[in-house]
Ligand binder design. Structure first.
Ligand SMILES: [Zn+2]
Length: 190
């Protein structure tokens, strides 16, 4: 079965995908932790990860305005969250920014691309994917234990069965498995 966290905001397409994934679960219990997000929620997520990893820079304003920039000597004019977020990436805690921004530190994408000095887009949980669909996050916990492999196996099975999964990404830094989705209920909506 698939459990849905109380605060997860889901659209019809996501709900249908979850219904289909539930069919592939067998005895495993998966948990959906996130559907749609706001920039403020993304900022809270960054704050939570940064506290856990002890890399909150002094200019960071928890719950502060997303667009607020600060002038830092030796760095320049940056968003108040930009150094903290960049450090997380550098440490391997992969999280999108609440707003498109330049990564200030060395961070190599799984594709091998070095992102220091390059723009990284805001989370697809905020603005949607290029195909207009929104992604889903699952906790890496299954039946109470962290098992990325088990969650991935269920999702791979669901993907093969046509559950509307485009891509499965393991996000070890935040203990979740992210899926990009496909439009599967467009034909039902007149
Ligand atoms: Zn995600």
């Amino acid at each position: 079965m698939v459990e849905i966290k109380k605060n997860a905001v889901l659209d019809g397409n996501q709900k249908e995908i979850i219904t289909r994934i539930a069919l592939a679960c067998g005895d495993d219990r998966l948990t959906v932790t996130r559907g749609h997000s706001t920039p403020q929620e993304q900022l809270s997520l960054i704050h939570r990860f940064a506290v856990a990893n002890e890399c909150v820079f002094p200019e960071f304003i928890p719950n502060g305005p997303i667009d607020l920039k600060v002038e830092l000597s030796g760095v320049g004019l940056v968003y108040h969250w930009q150094r903290t977020w960049s450090r997380l990436l550098h440490m391997g805690v992969v999280v999108n920014p609440p707003h498109t921004a330049i990564c200030l530190e060395e961070y190599t994408r799984p594709s091998g691309e070095q992102m220091k000095g390059k723009l990284i887009d805001e989370s697809a949980h905020i603005v949607g994917q290029k195909n207009g669909c929104f992604p889903l996050d699952f906790s890496a916990r299954v039946n109470g234990k962290i098992s990325f492999a088990r969650v991935r196996d269920v999702l791979e099975k669901a993907k093969a069965a046509g559950a509307g999964i485009k891509e499965i990404k393991l996000e070890r830094g935040n203990t979740c498995v992210h899926i990009d989705t496909l439009p599967i209920i467009a034909s039902k909506e007149a």
